[in-house]
Design a protein around this ligand. Structure first.
Ligand SMILES: O=C1O[C@H](COP(=O)(O)O)[C@@H](O)[C@H](O)[C@H]1O
Length: 250
């Protein structure tokens, strides 16, 4: 299978969304354990949207919930809509309801993006929090979860946005014209420094954009997901057959 991406992802294609989520959940548990074995803790950045919700629900359910030492997990968010945390549009709210509120995880281990305050201040505060939490200039997540929109956006890196060009900041505030709202998002440098980046996508509705970004021209300002290219990290696409249907030779 030929990709035009600068860093081709490893494809994990499963029969259907349920099988994909089950495999991703088992791999999540294994990756958490491996990180804890290697350096004592596991840092993960969650994605929003509908795709990862069943993964979060599965991780919140025995036996997987009990297979992770949540006391040693640090949870962050890769992006957020600039809304209060109790808004139905809040990524934090979705992850909290599906996963976090059901885990024996200390509140101090969960770090949400503050979508309810001034966006520029919220982005700067989160960047400072990340630098302090990782105690290094360039934080390196053990795992960053991403989704993809049918316009090729990932996290809240949308087509044509100025934050796509960001090379210094870890977190940006961005007014997204197409969404008519402010967003907070991890930047390219932060995403690409991760030890692992997983993109989750399922359903026929994602097939066209996945084929475009995988095998089409390299035009990351149009399809921001193409900027994802972890250097020194694993890059995996977790897909069901419907989402993978238009990938070359799939
Ligand atoms: O706006 C967003 O959309 C993407 C994709 O969402 P999905 O519903 O198609 O899974 C998501 O990854 C991102 O976190 C969210 O803010």
């Amino acid at each position: 299978m030929i990709s035009r991406l600068s860093s081709a992802p490893r494809l994990q294609i499963h029969a259907d969304a349920e099988a994909m989520i089950q495999a991703a959940a088992a791999a999540f548990v294994a990756r958490a354990q491996a990180a804890m074995d290697a350096h004592g803790r596991f840092s993960v950045a969650l994605a929003g949207g509908g795709t990862p919700k069943p993964l979060y629900e599965l991780l919140a359910t025995a036996p997987l919930r009990d297979a992770v030492d949540w006391l040693r997990v640090d949870v962050f968010f890769g992006d957020e809509r600039c809304v209060p945390p109790d808004s139905p549009r809040s990524n934090y709210r979705m992850a909290n309801e599906a996963l976090l509120s059901k885990l024996p995880i200390p509140a101090a281990n969960v770090h949400r993006l503050h979508g309810e305050v001034d966006p520029a201040r919220a982005a700067l505060a989160y960047e400072q929090l990340l630098r302090a939490a990782f105690r290094r200039e360039q934080p390196r997540f053990d795992l960053i979860l991403l989704g993809i929109g049918d316009n090729g956006h990932t996290a809240s890196l949308f087509p044509g946005c100025a934050c796509l060009r960001e090379s210094e900041r870890l977190v940006c505030a961005q007014y997204v014209e197409s969404q008519h709202e402010w967003r907070l998002t991890f930047t390219r440098p932060l995403i690409n420094a991760a030890a692992a980046v997983w993109l989750l996508a399922d359903g026929a509705g994602k097939a066209g954009i996945l084929a475009d970004v995988f095998g089409g021209a390299y035009q990351p300002d149009v399809w921001p997901i193409q900027y994802v290219a972890p250097h020194g990290g694993d890059y995996e696409w977790w897909l069901d057959r419907a989402a993978a249907a238009q990938l070359p030779d799939a």
